[in-house]
Design a protein around this ligand. Structure first.
Ligand SMILES: [Mg+2]
Length: 126
């Protein structure tokens, strides 16, 4: 399963990629904002996206809304990984089209559970 990790913080990307490795997901690419992520997602196949919310150029919520309108990648499973932790934030993200939501900081097991839940719900992967 090929995963795209989207976060403007290089440290956070490194942490998430290390945790994915612990969970057995070794095929990972990274992008540092929503716009770069969309370009990447349109250029080659991915199975799963983990995205931050607050990022320069294009935030994660805008990125997900555009992704859901883009044929070919509109079904991609997306988990938002963010410090934004109010109920209103979660609802807004779900409305934008994310499949699940992880609040930073988190443990590898938290991340694994959310990914598993999305996959179990039958999100389409390649
Ligand atoms: Mg950020």
């Amino acid at each position: 399963m090929k995963i795209l990790v989207v976060d403007d913080s290089p440290t956070m990307r490194r942490i998430i990629i290390a945790q994915l490795g612990q969970l057995g997901y070794g095929e990972v690419e990274e992008a540092d904002n929503g716009q770069a992520a969309l370009e990447r997602l349109k250029s080659r196949p991915f199975d799963f996206v983990l995205t931050d919310w607050n990022m320069p150029f294009m935030d994660g919520r805008s990125m997900v809304m555009e992704l859901r309108q883009t044929p070919g990648i509109d079904q991609l499973p997306v988990v938002m990984v963010t410090t934004r932790n109010t109920k209103a934030d979660v609802i807004e993200a779900l409305k934008a089209g994310v499949n699940n939501y992880v609040v930073k900081p988190f443990k590898p097991s938290d991340l694994g559970k959310k990914i598993d839940a999305v996959l179990a719900a039958g999100a389409k992967t390649n």
